[in-house]
Design a protein around this ligand. Structure first.
Ligand SMILES: [Zn+2]
Length: 611
């Protein structure tokens, strides 16, 4: 076996590379290859988001265990086995040997796919990202047939945005790996307490480097254990209380070891934000105290607090402030004794349903029934809405009027069926592999699937499905998926027209942004929020970690104006229900209370709140 490392990220990237290379080589009409590409992509996505360690699954259950991972069939399981036992995959090496393009460098570059890369390679010999950037800025791409000056400009802009984003990682991308390290630390005997601090703890949408704050008595033992973990690639430095490493996903991380009596102050200090910390230290000074990572000290250097965060805040006459609020945006004032008090934020287990879920009727990967089962059994939800794309979104095989109504009928049948106990195979799928990244909550035996749609907003703000059909569905979300480059007034009007449509309950991912990948289309959010309020239209926080749309500041704006919100996973696979926590994090960053988020309600109550 290869030197033990946390392999999930590596495996996911290998499978993704295979898909990429296959797509580059793909001929015009080879449905066999198309299917293959899709399987590799799907398996890569699942493994990247899996909380179980694939290597440990293999060590305990062998090839059979690998095949229990959702979306991993025998062919892919064999490749994973080959990688785990030999450290490489011959098939990938073969594919790679056919080209000298640096495919890893292109990964994540939104909107510039394998086919484009193949063309620029064939025509101009471009083999890496910097080559493509040079050619685009030097006006070389437009010489290729099918490439205009405009397209060249778009490519250049995308590369620049991509490069800018690379220094920070998406929270959801790194979450499983970081949590795994935290769990290992907590399980280690010598460790009294361990928490990931920094922007990770504040649930910021992107994170730079990672700080693990650990309380223990034996510093050396804990530091040795930390650097021996499979997730650690390289030790970059070591001090008496701090170890500095590179993780095997490329991120830098610090392990900060403190005695138990300083754990709270260290956690407070390293959680940040910087601005919040400055405000706290000012308050301490005004009281004649001194606050640092080791504790709160009085004039004669006696530690008077520091073992817990609560104690730190309390000593400064403040209510404990949730990490997601610590940005010095007014939270410190509210937390002061005698002030109004902090809002009571929505909790991570408050959601009862998910109102944007896709099935394999369009671009989802699993059946309605499989999605429902996972939502219920693994994530403790009580209801989901199936919101497949509609007909004008051709790329996803969007549904037309008849297909939507057929699907609604099918949902009614499935609702009857799922009341029964799942059979052995279904239960295996759910139980063998830990799909969730959080503990499942109480199961509900009254699980309900609602019919719905993610109806496409056309260029002029009309919808591509007639109202009399939409009115037969339980819940309708509308979203923009095309014509992004129109001026702000036009985009805002499209959304307003959709919000005024009596059949539209929710505006999905209102700005269309993809973090680090593309800026959204321009929208006058304030105006949209006002219209949403007037028309009783709900705005969505899309919890997919590359969207998180609405973002925190808009969440706060919407709530202040009394607009109701929902938090949806936008799941295309059961594993994606795990994204809901990122949406909740974003909502908490926007100071949302439970009452502002409608899918914290039981289904009947929710349905009564719609237009
Ligand atoms: Zn969408």
């Amino acid at each position: 076996m290869v030197k033990a490392k946390m392999k999930n990220a590596n495996i996911a990237s290998i499978l993704r590379d295979i898909a990429f290379l296959l797509e580059m080589e793909e001929g015009e009409d080879n449905s066999n290859i198309v299917f293959k590409i899709r399987s590799y992509k799907r398996a890569s996505d699942v493994i990247a988001n899996l909380s179980s360690n694939v290597e440990e699954v293999y060590a305990t259950h062998g090839l059979k265990g690998l095949m229990q991972i959702p979306s991993v069939g025998k062919a892919i399981a064999l490749k994973i086995e080959e990688y785990l036992t030999t450290g490489k995959i011959q098939y990938l090496d073969e594919l790679k040997s056919k080209t000298d393009i640096d495919i890893d460098g292109f990964y994540g570059l939104e909107g510039i796919g394998p086919k484009t890369i193949k063309i620029v390679y064939d025509k101009l010999g471009i083999r890496d990202l910097s080559g493509l950037e040079k050619a685009a800025s030097g006006g070389k791409l437009r010489s290729i047939r099918g490439f205009s000056e405009k397209k060249e400009e778009v490519i250049l802009k995308k590369i620049q945005l991509f490069k800018k984003g690379r220094s920070r990682y998406l929270l959801g991308e790194v979450y499983p790996l970081i949590k795994q390290i935290e769990t290992r630390l907590l399980k280690f005997n010598e460790v009294k307490n361990a928490v990931v601090a920094g922007s990770f703890r504040r649930m910021k949408e992107t994170v730079g480097d990672i700080d693990f704050v650990v309380a223990c008595n034996d510093v050396e033992k804990v530091m040795d254990y930390f650097v021996s973990m499979p997730e650690i690639d390289e030790v970059l430095g070591k001090g008496s209380t701090k170890t500095f490493v590179r993780l095997n996903n490329g991120m830098d991380a610090d392990l900060l070891v403190v005695p138990e009596e300083s754990f709270g102050s260290a956690l407070q200090y390293f959680t940040g934000s910087k601005e919040h910390g400055v405000a706290m230290r000012k308050i301490a000074l005004a009281k004649g105290l001194h606050l640092n990572e080791w504790g709160i000290f009085d004039n004669s250097q006696h530690r008077i607090a520091g073992s817990t965060e609560e104690e730190v805040y309390q000593t400064l006459d403040l209510e404990w402030i949730p990490p997601e609020m610590r940005e010095n945006l007014g939270e410190v004032e509210l937390a002061k004794k005698g002030a109004k008090g902090l809002p009571k934020l929505i909790e991570y287990n408050d959601l009862k349903g998910d109102l944007q879920v896709h099935s394999n009727s369009t671009d989802g990967t699993m059946s309605i029934e499989e999605m429902a089962l996972a939502a219920n059994e693994k994530f403790g939800l009580q209801y989901i809405v199936i919101t497949d794309h509609t007909k004008s979104l051709k790329l996803t095989n969007g549904l037309d009027e008849k297909q939507l109504l057929d699907q609604a009928n099918r949902i009614a049948e499935v609702n009857d069926r799922i009341r029964r106990v799942p059979d052995k195979t279904e239960r295996q799928l759910i139980n063998e592999v830990d799909l969730s990244r959080s503990t499942p909550r109480t199961k509900s035996n009254n699980f309900r699937i609602l019919s719905g749609a993610e109806v496409n907003i056309m260029r002029d703000g009309s919808l591509d499905i007639a109202n009399n059909v939409l009115d037969k569905l339980d819940i309708v979300g509308a979203a923009i998926h095309s014509n992004f480059s129109q001026p702000i007034e036009v985009q805002t009007d499209r959304l307003i027209k959709a919000a005024r449509n009596p059949s539209v309950d929710i505006i999905f991912h209102p700005t269309g942004r993809r973090i680090n990948k593309r800026e959204g289309y321009p929208v006058n959010i304030e105006k949209l929020v006002d219209i949403a309020n007037d028309t009783n239209t709900i705005l969505e926080i899309d919890a997919h970690y590359d969207r998180l749309d609405l973002k925190d500041e808009y969440v706060r704006m919407a709530i202040q104006k009394g607009v109701k919100l929902v938090i949806d996973s936008d799941a295309h696979h059961p594993v994606h229900f795990g994204f809901l926590k990122f949406g909740i994090g974003q909502a908490r960053r926007g100071w949302a209370e439970k009452s502002s988020i409608l899918n914290t309600m039981p289904v009947d109550e929710l349905l009564r709140c719609l237009k």
